[in-house]
Design a protein around this ligand. Sequence first.
Ligand SMILES: NC(=O)c1ccc[n+]([C@@H]2O[C@H](COP(=O)([O-])OP(=O)(O)OC[C@H]3O[C@@H](n4cnc5c(N)ncnc54)[C@H](OP(=O)(O)O)[C@@H]3O)[C@@H](O)[C@H]2O)c1
Length: 251
Amino acid sequence: MRDAVGRVQSVLLVGGSSEIGLSIVRRLPRTESAVVCLAGPDRPDMERAAEALRQDGVARVEVVDFDACAAGSQAEVVTTAFADEPDVVIVAAGFLGDQETAERDPVAAAKIIDINFRGLVPVLVGVGQRLRAQGHGTLVVMSTVAGERPRRANYTYGAAKAGLDAFTRGLAASLDGSGVRVIVVRPGFVRTRMTAHLKPAPFSTTPDKVADAVASAIDAHARVIWVPGILRWVMLILRHMPERIFRRLPG
Ligand SMILES: NC(=O)c1ccc[n+]([C@@H]2O[C@H](COP(=O)([O-])OP(=O)(O)OC[C@H]3O[C@@H](n4cnc5c(N)ncnc54)[C@H](OP(=O)(O)O)[C@@H]3O)[C@@H](O)[C@H]2O)c1
């Protein structure tokens, strides 16, 4: 439970080594005894992230195994990671993959869908149930503008994220009145290791800017946010653009 001045005591980050996720964790005001739980597939990555958080003054950091592609792991992570009642759960697991490979290789295409959507659904169901039972908490889910309209360059990723985004908004509606808040975050291009091999797109941003936007959204009780905010209006136009014009846009 948050303390009297809104500081978090317990945070769960699914996608425990995510650059954006870790920036959000750092940005949240926390108590001196706060505990952070990192859940992800790569132990060494998460141990490094855990050590960095300890250096930043987080009192207790725990690491649990979670692989969105492994059926057992998806349900288990909720049970294991909910030892402390989390005030904030951030779902930042994600995988861009390679669109050209996904067009040739069904296994590669399915992996993109599994990590970004299918494998996160059992986690969201479990998190939703646990937060509802607690009667409080904020769920932050990393979507993307790429889910708003499919593009040639990354439509498998975009399709998976569109599914995740829709599922999360439905879950949010089902949690109305429970004391639980849900925030869908739709960033554009964020400069992290996920996009390090790509040319930055217009309105590109940083993990810290995403974290600032999420912190403001928590304070403002927002439900869906775009980062940077101007993308809300850019996507409004792009969503309604005729397909033949949309397809001619660069990128
Ligand atoms: N960067 C962008 O431009 C951008 C834009 C919009 C939305 N997003 C979304 O924001 C979130 C965070 O992205 P990021 O930029 O911080 O990238 P990141 O640092 O690569 O984080 C992605 C996280 O997903 C984890 N992951 C990969 N495969 C997984 C699996 N099978 N099971 C569970 N977790 C797995 C990664 O773990 P390991 O690396 O340790 O395997 C990592 O912790 C993602 O959902 C991404 O789709 C990113």
